[in-house]
Write a protein that binds this ligand. Structure first.
Ligand SMILES: NC(=O)c1ccc[n+]([C@@H]2O[C@H](COP(=O)([O-])OP(=O)(O)OC[C@H]3O[C@@H](n4cnc5c(N)ncnc54)[C@H](O)[C@@H]3O)[C@@H](O)[C@H]2O)c1
Length: 255
């Protein structure tokens, strides 16, 4: 039988019922991984996992809030029960709550921090404990953003969490390299997803201001993610890979 790059690997991808996470989960499963697909939305999680199984990928849904530490424990337990191990953890779930800095509500601030930072921190902690116990290394990936590199209007809290994730990856180099666990980030630029396509001007605006002439597709982002969690990237750790068609080199404002 044909060898696939992620044969025998087990992966968790959070926030994967649609958009970037779904494409990462799909590509991993089609390349041989057994995937636990998480989403807050039960129907999207089930639907995403089913669509991957329809393409002959091995995937189960695990619906719940990736920002809740109790749920992270449950998801880890379910992963080990179903697949017996964990090799790859991708903390992809992130929420974007836009708002003027001067009026930004405390509730939105706390929510953005809880999901984007808390969810990523505690998923990586639980995953690293499991990987360390297994003794065969592993890969952790955080989904950052170009907003962690370049200031964006109305995204102070969101951008701050994305920059923090990149520092977390660098910190974990000290904590986890001894267990042969590498930790990296992808930093997508404007990407066409169900969410961003709600804005009818999105594709046009970003095509105009992106040097490569178009926003990213979810496949552009998933390609980079798969490389960073593959054995080909085992000597890369603490890094962030920007996938933005060159936008951050010049950063023209979309507004
Ligand atoms: N789309 C972009 O242009 C873009 C650009 C840069 C970075 N990002 C980042 O990429 C990641 C994915 O973005 P997207 O646009 O594909 O996602 P999205 O906003 O479409 O959300 C994907 C899924 O995450 C789920 N989700 C939300 N909160 C959750 C939670 N607490 N627990 C579990 N699931 C949850 C949603 O139900 C949704 O199905 C995010 O971290 C986002 O910040 C996206």
């Amino acid at each position: 039988m044909e060898q696939k790059e992620f044969d025998k690997k087990v992966a968790i991808v959070t926030g994967a019922g649609q958009g970037i996470g779904l494409e990462i989960a799909r590509q991993l499963a089609l390349q041989g991984a057994s995937v636990v697909l998480n989403d807050l939305d039960h129907d999207l999680a089930e639907q995403g996992a089913r669509s991957i199984r329809n393409e002959k990928g091995n995937c189960i849904a695990c619906a719940g809030d990736s920002g809740d530490t109790g749920f992270i424990k449950k998801m880890m337990w379910q992963t080990i029960k179903e697949f017996g191990r964990l090799d790859i953890a991708i903390a992809n779930a992130g929420i974007t709550l836009f708002g003027d800095f001067l009026d930004y509500p405390e509730s939105a601030f706390n929510n953005v921090l809880r999901v984007n930072l808390g969810g990523s921190f505690f998923l990586s902690q639980a995953a690293a404990r499991q990987m360390k116990e297994q003794g065969s290394g592993g890969s952790i990936l955080f989904t950052s953003s170009v907003t962690g590199h370049q200031a964006h209007k109305n995204l102070a809290a969101y951008g701050m969490t994305k920059a923090a994730l990149e520092m977390l990856a660098r910190n974990l180099v000290i904590e986890l390299s001894g267990s042969r666990i590498n930790v990296n980030c992808i930093a997508p630029g404007a990407t066409l997803t169900e969410r961003t396509q709600h804005d009818p001007d999105y594709a046009g605006t970003w095509s105009r201001i992106t040097p490569m002439g178009r926003p990213a597709t979810t496949a552009d982002i998933a390609n980079a993610a798969l490389f960073l969690v593959s054995d080909r990237a085992k000597h890369i750790t603490g890094q962030s890979l920007i996938i933005d068609g060159g936008w951050t080199c010049i950063s023209p404002s979309p507004f």
